[in-house]
Design a protein around this ligand. Structure first.
Ligand code: C2O
Ligand code: CU
Ligand code: CU
Length: 511
């Protein structure tokens, strides 16, 4: 009897053991599947069959007060991206993205922004130095059907800037649907250089965005469960084109790269390993070109590169696995292990000659740290900055007009974060105590942070005091921004106290 009892127990034990083993196996299989599936690699797999769309230059007119006037209308639309059916989209003056605005340093510009959507939005001029009331942040909401007409004087060096909505809580959604465009600035110094600058001929916008499509071509708005940078798409759009190629007719071509993605970081280079000249960053041209093979861009950052081609060549612009500033586990779930083929350049059989990239570009005067009137620290952690989440009614601090400040940026958690500030272009003083690398040596308005490697930046807040109307500073991973990783500062006259932001700022709608 006793023997039968223990045999029964043994059987039960064995049964339990194999169930546990099976569960472990399933668990490991799911984990492995999830780990493996989290990688996207489209290298060598993209059919470059679609001619790259080039956003049209926005028409403009000069009004009776000498201002250059543009018209932008945010509107719903439909675009066939070749993803199994038409995709419902939003765009400016069209169905996806918007025209390229272009203005000259010293010009007064006025933009009539019409909201043709069914919900409030804003248009922010990313990288532009202008009064806070014209900035298009969360306090300049445009109701459906309404027109907002900001105007300002362009007073900064030639640069590749861009525009996009900024309604608090809904920026990610509005940009994801397609609302964004470029804003190019020119000046005499840049025009005097022998750099390619014929728009759509040898000088091209390259707006890179990742999207996820569902069956029938619908945009997938689902955020990944892991990683926490929001939507990571497996399909790249360049200027709204899937699988794009660009016909190159000149020996050298200038590409104005914009990471217009919500949460994905890229590390651009060429599949054949060729180098290129980095000539500009967020806020303008560098002092000298930087010969390199890679340029990493986190969401919102720009780079201008000049690439040389030989007749008949077809080099492919690729994004290599970017260092997103986090550990290997978090890297996997934030796009850090992903590779994308981005754009094929198709050089013609005969190419028009193009001058060499000059050894010097424009003077970039270094801001003097000794002249700084104030030092501040910004610690990014979770979805907060300095332990606080965005409150549209709270002004976090005031900067005195016509002073220079040093800000120390520091990221503390395992999630990628970047730092973007409105109103000014800054210079990087140091990265973890060391002088900035060449790609961070020019004018910047957005920078990717790495845990344990604080970045010190310096900026001059030259003008546009307004004690009541704040400028934003925030993480440019748009989900983080929407979730509160943003703060507000005002620029005040010497001795002036910060006031109170306007009441009744509309909150965007969460989806
Ligand atoms: Cu590109 Cu505050 O934004
Ligand atoms: Cu901005
Ligand atoms: Cu962030």
């Amino acid at each position: 009897m006793a023997g039968g009892g223990s045999r029964r127990w043994l059987r039960v034990l064995l049964g339990v053991f194999s169930v546990v083993l099976l569960l472990c196996g399933i668990g490991t299989a799911i984990a492995t599947w999830g780990w493996t599936r989290a990688v996207v690699d489209t290298s060598g797999e993209v059919d470059f069959v679609n001619r790259l769309a080039v956003p049209p230059l926005a028409p403009s007119r000069i009004d009776d007060r000498g201002r250059r006037v543009f018209d932008l209308r945010a509107q719903p639309g439909q675009r066939d991206f070749g993803q199994g059916g038409p995709t419902a989209t939003w765009g400016f003056n069209g169905d996806y993205l918007g025209p390229t605005l272009r203005a000259e340093r010293g010009e007064e510009v006025l933009v009539n922004v019409v909201n043709g959507l069914g919900e409030p939005t804003t248009v922010h001029w990313h990288g532009m130095h202008l009064p806070a009331a014209m900035d298009g942040g969360p306090h300049q909401m445009v109701r459906p059907g309404a027109t907002w007409s900001p105007r300002w004087k362009v007073d900064q060096p030639a640069a590749t800037l861009w525009y996009h909505p900024h309604p608090h809580g809904a920026t990610a959604d509005h940009v994801y649907r397609g609302l964004a465009g470029m804003f190019l600035l020119d000046d005499a110094a840049s025009r005097a250089l022998p750099l390619p600058r014929r728009y759509g001929v040898d000088d091209f916008p390259v707006i890179v965005q990742d999207r996820k499509f569902r069956s029938g071509g619908r945009l997938d708005h689902g955020r990944g469960a892991l990683g926490g940078v929001g939507i990571l798409g497996d399909t790249l759009l360049v200027n709204g084109t899937v699988g794009p190629y660009l016909d190159v007719t000149t020996e050298r071509v200038r590409l104005r790269l914009l990471n217009g993605s919500n949460g994905r970081t890229y590390d651009f280079g060429f599949a054949d390993g060729r180098g290129f000249a980095l000539v500009g960053t967020d806020g303008g041209l560098l002092a000298a070109p930087h010969q390199t093979g890679r340029i990493r861009l986190s969401p919102g950052e720009r780079a201008e590169i000049v690439v040389s081609v030989r007749p008949g060549e077809r080099p492919v612009l690729r994004s290599f696995p970017p260092n997103t500033g986090v550990d290997f586990f978090n890297s996997r779930f934030t796009g850090g292990d992903d590779t994308f083929d981005v754009l094929e350049l198709r050089a013609a059989g005969t190419l028009a000659p193009a001058p060499e990239v000059p050894g010097r570009l424009v003077p970039v005067d270094r801001l003097d740290p000794a002249s700084a009137a104030e030092q501040r620290r910004f610690r990014l952690n979770g979805r907060q900055i300095n332990g606080r989440a965005m409150d549209p009614d709270r002004i976090d601090f005031a900067v005195t007009r016509d002073t220079t400040e040093i800000w120390e940026l520091d990221k503390q958690d395992g999630t990628p974060h970047s730092f973007h500030v409105h109103d000014v272009q800054f210079q990087v003083l140091s990265v973890d105590g060391a002088p900035p690398p060449p790609e961070l040596a020019g004018w910047k308005d957005t920078v990717l942070l790495t845990a344990g490697r604080p970045i010190r930046i310096i900026a001059r807040f030259a003008d546009h005091a307004d004690p009541d109307m704040p400028y934003m500073f925030h993480c440019h991973i748009l989900d983080h921004e929407d979730q509160g990783m943003m703060g507000q500062f005002v620029v005040v006259e010497p001795g002036q106290r910060p006031g109170r932001p306007p009441a009744g700022h509309g909150h965007g709608q969460h989806r």
